[in-house]
Design a protein around this ligand. Structure first.
Ligand SMILES: Cc1cc2nc3c(=O)[nH]c(=O)nc-3n(C[C@H](O)[C@H](O)[C@H](O)COP(=O)(O)O)c2cc1C
Ligand code: SF4
Ligand code: SF4
Length: 270
């Protein structure tokens, strides 16, 4: 009987969910848990898993707030094999160092940590790539994910290098981003193309959007994940002028339904 694995994932444009699903299919005997759903359910104890994985995007060279909150509260059984796969567009950062620091406080460590490169979900920086580029990216990631799955099954030990200068620079970038998070909700706007479908509300991991008179309003706990902008079927949401003419990106292998929080049954992938 193969060992049991549990993967906790956070994903707003679908790249990290795509990796989680592919790893799960290749490795077998794996349960997938969405981190925002686990937080809403106040669920931080999971038993009988020998391998624990965290699959998440790189956010300003480290991790999304919700991932930090989740890992800091999660109970980790002794002697678990722990892996983290981080999807990113281009840069490295200090994420494995930061996850490891939290795990060390629980007497655990990362046994395997690696990046996989995907299209950028941060539409403020860039829109979706052309079809041809997408095809190429997915050809490369397919074999990369397969090789990682086999290394995890063999319980290899490996962690991406994060040098001192990279870690220091990343800390500055990350802290500046975090200090601005509270005020960014003010910069979202919605135009008259909005049809009141509620997808923006359902796709927001922090429940930061409420529909009022059929139009979204933003509260004050934004993660800056850009899911509301990316998933609006009418491209009615924009962030300043930085997102207006950019092509939206959702991982082509993931259906919108898989990324909605309220319509999906809790733990659909368990
Ligand atoms: C708020 C935010 C910050 C990001 N910061 C970085 C970064 O520092 N370096 C990088 O290479 N990619 C960065 N990205 C791109 C994502 O890490 C990348 O596209 C990831 O695959 C998205 O995963 P998801 O589709 O599972 O949400 C950022 C994206 C967002 C939304
Ligand atoms: S997803 Fe777009 S169209 Fe739907 S309610 Fe939100 S802003 Fe309006
Ligand atoms: S408001 Fe939009 S950008 Fe902010 S957390 Fe929700 S979905 Fe993400």
């Amino acid at each position: 009987m193969s060992k049991k694995t549990i993967i906790f994932y956070f994903s707003q444009s679908g790249n990290s969910l795509y990796v989680a699903k592919k790893l799960s299919a290749t490795m077998g005997n794996t349960t997938l848990i969405s981190i925002p759903e686990a937080i809403y359910n106040n669920q931080y104890k999971y038993y009988n898993y020998e391998r624990i994985g965290f699959i998440l995007p790189l956010y300003f060279m480290s991790m999304p707030n919700m991932v930090e909150e989740f890992i800091s509260k999660l109970e980790i059984p002794k002697d678990s094999y722990i892996f983290s796969i981080v999807t990113r567009a281009i840069t490295k950062g200090r994420i494995f160092h930061d996850i490891e620091t939290m795990l060390n406080k629980k007497g655990a460590e990362i046994n395997y940590g690696e990046y996989i490169t995907f299209p950028d979900s941060y539409i403020k920086w860039s829109g979706a790539p052309k079809e041809k580029t997408l095809l190429k990216v997915f050809q490369q990631t397919e074999s990369h994910i397969y090789s990682i799955a086999n290394r995890i099954l063999n319980e290899d030990t490996y962690k991406e290098k994060e040098g001192f200068i990279l870690k220091l620079g990343s800390l500055v970038v990350y802290n500046i981003w975090k200090s601005r998070l509270k005020s960014i909700s003010k910069s979202f706007k919605v135009n008259n193309f909005c049809i009141g479908c509620g997808i923006c509300e359902e796709t927001c991991p922090t429940r930061n959007i409420k529909l009022e008179n059929g139009k979204p309003i933003w509260l004050s706990r934004c993660e800056d994940c850009m899911a509301c902008v990316q998933h609006c079927p009418k491209k009615a949401i924009y962030f300043n002028s930085r997102t207006i003419y950019k092509k939206r990106y959702i991982n082509p292998n993931i259906k919108l339904d898989e990324l909605l929080y309220r319509t999906r049954k809790i733990n659909d992938y368990s």
